[in-house]
Design a protein around this ligand. Structure first.
Ligand SMILES: *[C@@H]1O[C@H](CO)[C@@H](O)[C@H](O)[C@H]1NC(C)=O
Ligand SMILES: *[C@@H]1O[C@H](CO)[C@@H](O)[C@H](O)[C@H]1NC(C)=O
Ligand SMILES: *[C@@H]1O[C@H](CO)[C@@H](O)[C@H](O)[C@H]1NC(C)=O
Ligand SMILES: *[C@@H]1O[C@H](CO)[C@@H](O)[C@H](O)[C@H]1NC(C)=O
Ligand SMILES: *[C@@H]1O[C@H](CO)[C@@H](O)[C@H](O)[C@H]1NC(C)=O
Ligand SMILES: *[C@@H]1O[C@H](CO)[C@@H](O)[C@H](O)[C@H]1NC(C)=O
Ligand SMILES: *[C@@H]1O[C@H](CO)[C@@H](O)[C@H](O)[C@H]1NC(C)=O
Ligand SMILES: *[C@@H]1O[C@H](CO)[C@@H](O)[C@H](O)[C@H]1NC(C)=O
Ligand SMILES: *[C@@H]1O[C@H](CO)[C@@H](O)[C@H](O)[C@H]1NC(C)=O
Length: 867
C-alpha cells in the first residue's frame, strides 16, 4: 500500500476546572467548604416548608465544624469530638490534613514541626507523608481528609434526613493539580460523588452576584479572603450580556474571574503562632532551669487552644488575658497581652497582607478607584489591625463586608451544585467563568522526536477560562512520552518541588504508522485525568486489513475506560468522525488504531493506586462501622443511665407509686437500681453494648410491672367508662335498626345483642374482682382487655349494619345510580363526622363502601340503586 509514512498526530488535551461527571439527578445536593481549620456544609433541598439552601449544623448545633480527625484510644473521632481530645492526644488528632495532601514528605514534616503538631509521620512509597495512629496503623492524608469529608457528608444527610450523595467541594485557588486530584480521591473514599471542585473565590463571587443585577452597571469587585492558613485576593468582573431566548432579548448576568493572587502561608494561624511563641518564651522564663515547653506536645496543645481564645478577645478588646491550668509540670500559666503588643509581634504580617490586593491590581493594570468594592471574607479579616491596614491602603472610610465572612463560600458553592443538578432549577441565573490559577506546559519526548517550534508549548495560559479543550498536532512515527507541567514563569503550589504533575507514555504508534496516516487523539482531564486515546486513520481502501484493527479499538477502549477512574463517554463522542463516506470514486473511511497510554506520573502528587485505594476504602468502612457501634453503645449506656435516674426519681417523689407497690418491692428495686448504677461507673465504663441492654432488661423486669400498675390506675377506669358509654349507645343503634332497617336478619341482630350482654357481664365481674384485689398486686383485668372487647363488638355491629337492603325486582337505568349514591354519601358524611359510635356514622361507613363498590363494579351497584 502506498501510504504516507508520516503520521499526523492530533493531541487533544482537555482541561477542566470542573469535573464533568454525570449531573446529579436528585433534587438534593450539597456543598462542602473544606477549609484548613474549619469545614462548612450547605444543602440544597427543595421540599415544602424548608429553606431551599441552608447551612447544615453539626451535632452541637454549630454552623462550622473543626476539620479534624482523631485516631486515639482505639477510637476514631471526627469534628467536634476530635477537637475535644486535642489537648489529651495532640499527636493523634490530625489537623490541617487538607493542606498536607499530595505534598512531599520533608515539606509535611517541616509544616508539622513549625505548627507544633507532633504527628508520627512516615514517608510512603510515593514520597508523600502518612501518619501512624496509636494502633500502629498508617493512614495516608487522603484517608484523613476522607474521614473529615465523610463527617461533612453526614451533616448534609442529617440536615436533609436522607443520604446526599452529590456534592461540590471547594478548594483554595493555590491548589495545584495533584492537590485537586487528591481532594477528589479523598471525597470518593468518603463515598461522595464529586459534582465539581470549585475555587473558593468563585464560590464567594457567586454568592455576591446571585441577588444582583448588572444589566445597567458592570463592576469590578475584589474578594479578599484571609482564613486560618492562607490569604488571597481575587479580581472578579460582574456584567450582563443580552441574548435571545424564545425570540425575546433577555439580559444574562455573569461574572468572570480576572485574576487571583495569594499568600499560602499568611493567615490567622500565623498570628496565633506568633502569640504561642511569645507566651512560650514567657513561660520558659518563668519556669527557668532551661526548660522549653515547646518540647512538650501536650503543653503546646493546651497553649495553642488558649491562644486562639486570646486572639479572639483581642479583636474586640485592647487587652486580653491568658490562663492555662497546669500548663507544664503542674505549673499554671497566667499572663495578659495588649492589642498593641500583639500587633507588634505580627508587624511584618500587616504589610504582607496587602500584597495579594496590590498584585491583583498591578497585573490587571487597574487602580483602586476602578474597583467597585473590596469584599472581605474569612475569619482572620476580623482582626482590627488588618482592617485598618486595608482601609488605609484602599483609602476608603468603610470596608465592604456584605458577605458572611464564614459562610459566603459554602453558600455560593451550593448554588453551583444546584446548577449542576438535573432536578433543580435556579430562579436567578448567574454565569460563572473561572480560570486556571496556574499555567500548564506540554512536553513531548521520545526517540527521534524533534521539537516543533511552531507548537505552542504553553498549553493553558494562566487565568484561561475553564473548562476548555485544547488541541495540539505533532508529527511523529515512534512511541513517545507526554507530560504536563506547571509553567516555570509562575510559583509552584506550596510545598511542591517538581514542575511536572502528570506524565504518560504513548505506545503502539510505530505499528500504526506502517499502515496509514493516522490521527491520534489524547484526551486528558487535568483535574481528574483519564486516558482515552484513539488513532483515527483515513484510508482509501474500505476493506483493508485494518478491519481487525477497528475491532481491537473497541477492546482497547473498554480496557482504557475501565482502568481510568472516570467515565470517558464525553471524549468518545468527540471523535466520532468515523464513517465519513464521500462521493469520490474511492470511498474514504476513518478507523481507529489503538494506542496504549500508561500513566507514569510519579512522586508525592500521585493519587493512590487501585490497590491502596481499595485497602483504604475497606479500612474506612471498618472504621465507620466501629463508629456506628460506638455510638450505639453510648446510646444504650445513656438509656440505662436515664432509666435509673427517672426510676429513682419516681420512687422518691411519686405518691401514687406507693399505692401500686409494696414496701419490700420498692426496697429491692431501689437496691437493684443502685447496684446497676455502681456498676455503670465502675466496670460499666468500657462495657459492651449488650451488657447495658441486659441490665436495662433486668431492671425493667422489676420496674415495668410497677409502672404498668401505675398507669392502669387511671387508664382502667377510663376504659370501663368508655365501654359503658358504648354499650348504652349500642342499645340505641339496635332500636334504630328495628325501625329503619327492617331487612336486617333477626338472627344477626340477636347475636349482637347477646354479645353486648356478654361484654357487659364480663365488665361487671371484672370490676368486682378488681375491687377485692390490692392495687399493688397484678390487676384482675387491664384497660387493653376492655378496649379489645369493645372493638370486637364494634366490628360485629359494623358488619351487621353493612348488610344491604335486598335487591328490588324493578330494573333501573344505570345513569341514575351514580348521582343517587353520591348524594347519599355526601350527606351522610357531612352530618356524621368522626363520632364512630353513633348509628349515623355506621351508616355513613356502609354507604361509603357501597359507593366505592359501585364505582368499581357495575353489577354490584345495581343492588344499591335506592340508597
Ligand atoms: C436600568 O436602566 C433602565 C433605564 O435607565 C431602567 O429602566 C431600569 O429599571 C434599570 N434596571 C435596573 C435593574 O436598575
Ligand atoms: C450554570 O449552568 C449554566 C449552563 O450550563 C452555565 O452557563 C453557568 O455558568 C452556570 N452557572 C453557575 C453559577 O454554575
Ligand atoms: C478523513 O478524510 C476526510 C476526507 O478527506 C476528512 O474530511 C476527514 O477530516 C478525515 N478524518 C480525519 C479524522 O482526519
Ligand atoms: C469490501 O468487502 C465487501 C464484502 O466484504 C465487498 O463486497 C466489497 O467489494 C469490498 N470493497 C473493496 C473496495 O474491496
Ligand atoms: C470484528 O468484530 C465483529 C463482531 O464483534 C466480528 O464479527 C468480526 O469477525 C471481527 N472482525 C475481525 C477482523 O476480527
Ligand atoms: C486489556 O489490556 C491488557 C494489557 O494491557 C490485555 O492483556 C487485555 O487482553 C486487554 N483486555 C481487553 C478486553 O482488551
Ligand atoms: C460511569 O457511567 C456509568 C453509567 O453511565 C455510571 O453508572 C457510573 O457512575 C459512572 N462512573 C463515574 C465514575 O462517573
Ligand atoms: C371531621 O372532623 C375533623 C376533626 O374531628 C375535622 O378536621 C374535619 O374537617 C371534619 N370533616 C367534616 C367533613 O366535617
Ligand atoms: C367485579 O365484578 C367482577 C365480575 O363482574 C368480579 O370478578 C370482580 O371480583 C368484582 N370486583 C370487585 C371489586 O367486586
Amino acid at each position: 500500500m502506498a501510504l504516507p509514512r508520516t503520521l499526523g498526530i492530533l493531541l487533544a488535551v482537555l482541561v477542566a476546572a470542573a469535573i464533568a461527571v454525570p449531573p446529579a439527578s436528585a433534587a438534593v445536593v450539597s456543598s462542602i467548604d473544606l477549609g484548613s481549620e474549619w469545614l462548612k456544609v450547605a444543602a440544597v433541598h427543595l421540599a415544602p416548608g424548608r429553606v431551599p439552601i441552608a447551612v447544615a449544623i453539626n451535632e452541637m448545633s454549630k454552623r462550622k465544624s473543626p476539620a479534624l480527625a482523631a485516631l486515639a484510644d482505639g477510637n476514631r473521632l471526627i469534628g467536634e469530638e476530635a477537637a475535644g481530645i486535642t489537648a489529651r492526644h495532640p499527636s493523634k488528632v490530625f489537623a490541617r490534613a487538607r493542606d498536607l495532601l499530595a505534598k512531599p514528605f520533608p515539606y509535611v514534616q517541616s509544616v508539622a514541626q513549625s505548627l507544633f503538631l507532633p504527628y508520627d509521620l512516615v514517608p510512603d512509597a510515593r514520597g508523600a507523608a502518612a501518619v501512624r495512629a496509636d494502633d500502629g496503623q498508617v493512614y495516608s492524608f487522603e484517608e484523613i481528609v476522607a474521614m473529615v469529608l465523610h463527617y461533612a457528608a453526614g451533616l448534609a444527610d442529617a440536615h436533609v434526613g436522607a443520604p446526599v450523595r452529590d456534592a461540590v467541594v471547594t478548594v483554595p485557588p493555590y491548589f495545584g493539580q495533584a492537590e485537586r486530584r487528591a481532594v477528589t480521591q479523598a471525597a470518593q473514599l468518603a463515598g461522595i460523588n464529586v459534582l465539581a471542585l470549585v475555587n473558593e473565590h468563585a464560590g464567594a463571587a457567586l454568592q455576591y452576584g446571585i441577588d444582583k443585577d448588572f444589566s445597567n452597571e458592570s463592576r469590578h469587585v475584589i474578594f479578599y479572603d484571609m482564613g486560618s492558613g492562607s490569604t488571597y485576593a481575587a479580581l472578579v468582573y460582574f456584567s450582563a450580556y443580552n441574548t435571545k431566548q424564545f425570540g425575546k432579548t433577555v439580559s444574562v448576568n455573569q461574572f468572570q474571574v480576572k485574576d487571583v493572587r495569594w499568600n499560602p502561608k499568611l493567615g490567622g494561624l500565623e498570628m496565633e503562632m506568633r502569640l504561642v511563641n511569645y507566651f512560650a518564651d514567657q513561660f520558659n522564663k518563668q519556669l527557668g532551669d532551661g526548660v522549653d515547653i515547646r518540647q512538650s506536645p501536650k503543653a503546646m496543645a493546651k497553649l495553642k487552644k488558649q491562644v486562639k481564645r486570646t486572639k479572639e478577645i483581642l479583636s474586640a478588646n485592647t487587652a486580653a488575658p491568658i490562663s492555662v491550668e497546669s500548663l507544664y509540670d503542674d505549673v499554671d500559666f497566667r499572663s495578659t497581652i495588649t492589642r498593641e503588643k500583639f500587633e507588634e509581634l505580627c508587624e511584618d504580617l500587616w504589610e504582607q497582607a496587602l500584597n495579594p490586593v496590590k498584585e491583583v491590581l498591578t497585573h490587571s493594570g487597574m487602580k483602586i478607584d476602578d474597583i467597585y468594592a473590596v469584599e472581605l471574607i474569612g475569619g482572620a479579616t476580623r482582626v482590627p489591625k488588618l482592617q485598618a491596614k486595608l482601609q488605609e491602603f484602599l483609602g476608603r472610610r468603610e470596608l465592604d463586608r456584605h458577605l458572611d465572612a464564614d459562610e459566603a463560600i459554602v453558600l455560593g458553592a451550593s448554588l453551583h451544585a444546584a446548577n449542576l443538578s438535573d432536578g433543580i432549577k435556579l430562579n436567578r441565573k448567574l454565569g460563572m467563568i473561572d480560570g486556571s490559577t496556574y499555567a500548564f506546559v506540554l512536553e513531548i519526548d521520545g526517540p527521534d522526536y524533534v521539537k516543533d517550534e511552531s507548537i505552542d508549548q504553553v498549553l493553558v495560559p494562566r487565568m484561561k477560562k475553564m473548562p476548555i479543550k485544547m488541541f495540539r498536532s505533532i508529527r511523529h512515527t515512534k512511541d513517545f512520552d507526554v507530560s504536563l507541567n506547571y509553567d516555570k514563569a509562575y510559583e509552584l503550589p506550596p510545598g511542591v518541588s517538581s514542575h511536572r504533575f502528570a506524565e504518560y507514555s504513548v505506545s503502539g504508534l510505530a505499528d500504526a504508522s506502517e499502515k496509514a496516516e493516522a490521527v491520534i487523539e489524547i484526551t486528558e482531564w487535568v483535574e481528574v485525568p483519564k486516558k482515552v486515546l484513539t488513532l483515527e486513520s483515513n484510508t482509501t481502501n474500505q476493506n483493508s486489513s485494518e478491519a481487525g484493527v477497528t475491532n481491537s479499538t473497541a477492546d482497547t477502549k473498554e480496557n482504557l475506560s475501565s482502568s481510568s477512574d472516570t467515565n470517558s463517554s464525553t471524549t468518545i463522542d468527540e471523535s466520532n468522525a468515523q464513517e465519513t463516506v464521500t462521493e469520490k470514486v474511492l470511498k474514504k473511511r476513518t478507523f481507529r488504531v489503538p494506542l496504549k497510554v500508561i500513566e507514569k506520573t510519579a512522586g508525592a502528587g500521585t493519587i493512590l493506586s487501585k490497590e491502596l485505594y481499595s485497602e483504604a476504602k475497606s479500612r474506612l468502612e471498618a472504621l465507620n462501622k466501629k463508629d456506628a457501634e460506638r455510638r450505639k453503645t453510648a446510646e444504650l449506656k445513656n438509656n440505662l443511665e436515664s432509666y435509673i435516674y427517672s426510676m429513682k426519681e419516681k420512687l422518691e417523689e411519686s405518691a401514687d407509686i406507693l399505692t401500686v407497690s409494696t414496701e419490700q418491692e420498692r426496697e429491692s428495686f431501689t437496691e437493684k437500681l443502685s447496684e446497676v448504677q455502681d456498676w455503670l461507673y465502675m466496670d460499666g465504663e468500657d462495657a459492651q453494648a449488650n451488657e447495658f441492654q441486659e441490665r436495662l432488661d433486668q431492671l425493667k423486669a422489676i420496674g415495668d410491672p410497677i409502672l404498668f400498675r401505675l398507669s392502669e390506675l387511671k387508664a382502667r377506669p377510663a376504659a370501663c367508662e368508655n365501654a359503658r358509654l358504648y354499650l348504652a349507645e349500642l342499645e340505641k343503634i339496635v332500636r334504630n335498626w328495628e325501625t329503619n332497617k327492617p331487612w336486617l336478619p333477626k338472627k344477626r341482630v340477636d347475636e349482637v345483642v347477646s354479645e353486648a350482654e356478654k361484654v357487659k357481664r364480663w365488665l361487671e365481674e371484672k370490676e368486682t374482682l378488681q375491687k377485692s384485689t390490692p392495687i399493688y398486686s397484678p390487676p384482675a383485668f387491664t384497660s387493653d382487655e376492655v378496649y379489645q372487647k369493645v372493638l370486637d363488638l364494634q366490628d360485629q355491629v359494623s358488619s351487621v349494619n353493612r348488610i344491604p337492603k335486598p335487591k328490588p325486582k324493578i330494573e333501573k337505568k344505570p345513569a341514575k345510580e351514580e348521582p343517587a349514591s353520591n348524594e347519599k354519601t355526601a350527606s351522610s358524611e357531612s352530618t356524621s363526622n368522626g363520632t364512630e359510635h353513633t348509628e349515623g356514622s355506621q351508616e355513613s361507613k356502609a354507604s361509603e363502601e357501597d359507593h366505592s363498590a359501585s364505582k368499581t363494579n357495575d353489577s354490584e351497584s345495581k343492588s344499591h340503586d335506592e340508597l
